[in-house]
Design a protein around this ligand. Structure first.
Ligand code: NDP
Length: 277
């Protein structure tokens, strides 16, 4: 496994697992649990979920999957923006903990910025941290100006990660947000790292992957993983996909392949607002 260092010094896997859309269909439940457990056993011990996913169904399934494995897992969940206030967040957090069957989250993220003032959210994260309910807090879908506003607040500099849409076809953050976070050693967590499978239909990527003896999903993941401060959280619901994604860690880029990727998926040449799914 490759690791990324959080601002507080703790190391977490650079390749984890997402769980959006998991836990919603009873007929695939057992297979989804077994798949997550297999990924954890391989070393992809960072698991990302949210109260939003299936309105708690994903957290419940993750809770079942990590039973007996809790100590090995770095557990991430997210709070709805409209639950991010001083009254609502402790209740939402308690509900997430209960569904997950744990006493404490490793990382709790604001899912996206809403109408609750960031200062109130930071203050509430801080309180949950003091109470031992969360070990770290962070944000998701915050662009550079939002990050600047956050970090200017008392305690705002304690932000641990920003989880954003980042993959070969969504490189806008390389213009400003990525360098801004890199400079402050705030890791980025890349969500939808294979663009919800749409990248797998890109003819140029398919051809390049075939030439390099890997799958398009592996090349897309390996490209994210070659950066120092990026954590990728692909969602996979089969054992074969989990194994393939894990093997992406072995791929080593050469300058020629990186240049070909830049031709297929050009980096940004101007500032663009952060995209969201
Ligand atoms: P991904 O980019 O991870 O794509 C998931 C799709 O890719 C699924 O259809 C999956 O198929 C397929 N797939 C995975 N591995 C392979 C493989 N090796 N070969 C072929 N196909 C593969 O999309 P997500 O949107 O799910 O993003 C990942 C995670 O990021 C989410 O699950 C969630 O945890 C988080 N997220 C956070 C957001 C936020 O706002 N903070 C927004 C969106 C996502 P299959 O299921 O059949 O394996």
């Amino acid at each position: 496994m490759k690791y990324v260092t959080l601002p507080a010094g703790e190391q977490v896997p650079a390749l984890g697992m997402g769980t959006w859309m998991i836990g919603e269909d009873r007929s695939s439940r057992a297979a989804e649990i077994a798949t997550l457990q297999h990924g954890i056993d391989l070393g992809m011990t960072l698991v990302d979920t949210a109260e939003m996913y299936g309105e708690g169904a994903s957290e419940q399934l993750v809770g079942e999957a990590i039973r007996g494995r809790r100590e090995r897992v770095f557990l991430v969940s997210k709070v709805y923006p409209y639950h991010a206030g001083r009254k609502e967040m402790p209740i939402a957090c308690e509900r997430s903990l209960k569904r997950l069957g744990v006493d404490c989250l490793d990382l709790y993220l604001l899912h996206w910025r809403g109408s609750v003032p960031l200062a109130e959210t930071v203050e509430t994260f801080d309180r949950l941290h003091s109470q031992g309910k969360i070990r770290h807090w962070g944000v998701s879908n915050l662009d550079t100006d939002d990050m600047q506003a956050l970090c200017a607040l008392p305690g705002g500099g304690q932000v641990t990660v920003n989880q954003v849409l980042y993959n070969l076809s969504r490189r806008g953050i390389e213009w400003d947000l990525l360098p801004w976070c890199e400079e402050r050693k705030i890791p980025l967590m890349a969500y939808s790292p294979i663009e919800q499978a749409r990248l797998l239909r890109h003819p140029g990527l398919c051809k390049l992957a075939e030439e390099r003896g890997v799958t398009p999903a592996q090349l897309a993941l390996a490209w994210l993983l070659h950066r120092d401060q990026v954590i990728a959280i692909p969602k996979a619901s089969s054992r074969a996909h989990v194994e393939q994604n894990f093997a992406a860690l072995e791929y080593k880029f050469d300058a020629e392949t990186l240049a070909e990727i830049d031709c297929l998926f050009p980096p940004p040449d101007e500032a663009t607002p952060l995209e969201m799914l």
